[in-house]
Design a protein around this ligand. Sequence first.
Ligand code: ATP
Ligand code: PRP
Ligand code: NIO
Length: 478
Amino acid sequence: MINQILHTDKYQLTMMYAHWKQGTKDRVRVFDAYFRELPFGNGFAVFAGLQRIVDYLNHLQFTDEDIAYLREQPEGFDELFLEELKNFKFTGNLHAVPEGTLVFPNEPILRVEAPIFQAHLIETAILNFMNYQTLIATKAARIKRVAPDDVLFEFGSRRAQEADAAIWGSRAAYIAGFNGTSNMLAGKWFGIPTIGTHAHAWVQDSASELEAFRSFTDVFPNHSVLLVDTYDTLKSGVPHAIQVAKEMEQRGHRLKGIRLDSGDLAYLSIEARKMLDQAGLSYVQIIASNDLDEHLISDLKAQGAKIDGWGIGTQLITAADQPALGGVYKLVAKKEHNEYVPTIKISSNPEKITTPGFKTVYRIVNKESGKAEGDYVSFVGEDVESQKQLKLFDPIHTFKQKVVSNFTAIELLKPIFLEGKQVYDLLGLPTIRDYHQQQLSLFWESHLRKLNPQRYYVNLSEQVWNVRMELISQHKKF
Ligand SMILES: Nc1ncnc2c1ncn2[C@@H]1O[C@H](COP(=O)(O)OP(=O)(O)OP(=O)(O)O)[C@@H](O)[C@H]1O
Ligand SMILES: O=P(O)(O)OC[C@H]1O[C@H](OP(=O)(O)OP(=O)(O)O)[C@H](O)[C@@H]1O
Ligand SMILES: O=C(O)c1cccnc1
C-alpha cells in the first residue's frame, strides 16, 4: 500500500507544530472514534475499514518530498520540526472492533492511545476509512436482508466517487454478504469473486441481436449472461436468448442467465420466467439491474418478480440516500503520571457531549437466549466479565433500565497495535464474512428489520455515567 501521511487535514499539522513548539508533543492522549447516528434509519451499522487503517499506520512516513512540500507552506514550519518529522512513526496503541462487527451509536469503535503529536495526525485518515467503508457495509447489509437467498453483485465502479471508493466499497459490500463484484482490481486485491455479463454495446455492435448472443456464447459457453433489453425485451431479447440457449444445449452447454436492465422489472421477469420455463430452460437465471436498492428489491419481491440475482451499483456504492456517516474522533482522556484523566467536550446539543475516560465496550449476551441485551461502555479495568448482575440504563433517560444476570460480557475492542507494533493478525475476508453472519445471529429480529427497527441500547457503567455528570456540572454554568 502507499504512504498516505499527508492525507490529513492541515489543522492536524498546525496543532502538531504548536505542540512541538511548546514542548508538549509527547503527552499521551486517548481518542475514541464513534458515530452518533445510525445511517439509513437502520437499527445497526457494520464496521469496516480496519484493514486499510492497519495498512495506513504501517506505512506512515514523511518522505523528503513530503517535507519539501511542508517547507513551502506559508506557516513557515521550523527546520528542526521538519527534521523531527523525518523520524515520525506511529508508536501508540490502537484498539478496534473487528470488521463485520455490528456497531451502534456512541460506543467506541476504535480507540487510539498515543503521543498527541501522532494521535492528531491520524484522525483524518482513520475517520475517512472508517466512515466510508462502514457506511457501504451497512447499506449492503440492508440490501442483503431483503434478498438473503439471492445472488448479489456489486456493480458500482462506474458511479462510485472515484477509484478508492469503488474498490474499498466493493470489499465492504462483500463483508456484508454480497457474492461478487464487477471490479477486477477489487477481485485481485481482496480475492472477491468477480463476475460480468455484457453491455448493450456488444449487441449494438453486432449485425443482429441473435448474432450477438450466438457469438458471445460461442466464446463463453459456460459463463454467459445475455443482456436482453437492447431492442425489445419480450419480443426480441428473450426469444433470441431462448433460441441460442437451445442451440447451446445441442452442443452440451447451458446458458447461465439473462439480464434485465430496464422497464418494469416485475412484469418482465415474470413473463421472461414463463417463456424460459415453457422452453424447458428453468435453469437459466434472471438477473436484474437498473438503479436498484433495498426498497426497490423488496418492492419487486412483493410484486412477485422472478429474479434470482441482482446487480447493484449507484445506490449502494454512493450510499445515495445518506452519503456520509458522521463518525467522529474525540479526545477522552489525558495520561498524566500514569493515570488516565477523563476529559469532556460540552455542547448545547446533548447528543454532542462526549463520554469521558479511558474506556472499553462489552456486548452483553444473555446466556439463555443467546441474544445481545445491550452494549456496555465501562472504564478499562472495571470488572465487567465476572459481575453477577449488571444494571443497564439509558444514559439520557436513566429511568429506562433493566438488570441482567446470567450473561456473557464480550469485550469488543481488540488490541490491534501495541506500542506501534501490529499485534493483531488481520482476518481473511471469508472469516470476516462468517463472523459478520454470526454477529447478526446475536440480535433479535426487531433490531435488524429495515423499517423502524427497535433501538438497541448502548449503556454506560455507573462509574462512567458519574464521571460524565461530574464533568458536565464542573464545566457547564447553567
Ligand atoms: N415493477 C417495478 N416496481 C418498482 N420499480 C421498478 C419496477 N420496475 C423497474 N423499476 C425501477 O424503476 C426505475 C425506473 O427506471 P428508468 O426510469 O430507468 O426506466 P427504464 O425503463 O429502466 O428506462 P432506461 O431504458 O432509461 O433505463 C428503476 O430504478 C427501476 O429499477
Ligand atoms: O444502475 P446501477 O445500480 O448503477 O447499476 C449499474 C448500471 O451500470 C450499467 O448501466 P450503464 O452504465 O450502461 O448505464 P444505464 O444506467 O443507462 O444502463 C448497468 O447496465 C446498470 O444499469
Ligand atoms: O457485468 C455487468 O453486467 C455490469 C457490470 C458493471 C455495471 N453494469 C453491468
